[in-house]
Ligand binder design. Sequence first.
Ligand SMILES: [Zn+2]
Ligand SMILES: [Zn+2]
Length: 256
Amino acid sequence: MRLVVLGSGTSVFHAQRAAAGFWLETEGGSLLLDCSADAPHRMAEEALDWANLDAIWISHLHLDHCGGLASFLFGIKHAPQTQSRQKPLKIFGCAGVKPFLKAIDESHDFNLCKLPFPLELKEISTDNTDEFEILTECKARVQSTPHRPESLALRLTDARGTTLVYTSDTGFSRDVAEFARGADLLVLECSFYREKPVQTHLELADALRIATIAEPRKLLLTHPYPEWDGIDLEGEAKKLWPGETIAARDGLRLTI
Ligand SMILES: [Zn+2]
Ligand SMILES: [Zn+2]
């Protein structure tokens, strides 16, 4: 698997961090993990093959994670690069993603679901325990997270057995930590340094408690609010967890 960080940021606009988005390539195709308003432009900026993207994952309905979905569909509906495309685009998202898109679609004659190629849209509920194929030979499972009623963490396993877990936004949860156990890469939010103002996000100590339970091979901490600016996240993490922690930044590329 190969991961490109498109957006390591949050809903707060930041000069160096776009809002959430991660490009993942596997042998079975490409997957966009969350689609902030910044993500479509960032895919182009990173010279990624957005016209042939195979699937999109939407973790929850905060706009720093899904605000680019309608504009991405609008873009690929009309782009010259997609007019001869035949393979479908699959969207897997949390509960509510269908009415979210429908509301935008019906506000104007966008016809966002009528693309030059097939579009498949599937909602995944928080009580879903079934494994599903998100890309060819790439299996997915989900776990509810204490962030929003609909929010989901995603666990991906490719044909080689390589595993990536993307929690997206979450509060502290032992269930989420167990869900991430043994991942080759755990992409975990770390919104705050300390004294977090809400229970529905993580601060550093929470994130590393999850890492201590999950024992991932590598930990990628993302979604830092601007409070983190100027703080050495990797250095601070090392004091609390001995494993390999990587601070996400836009444009970072990792091979897993
Ligand atoms: Zn967020
Ligand atoms: Zn959120």
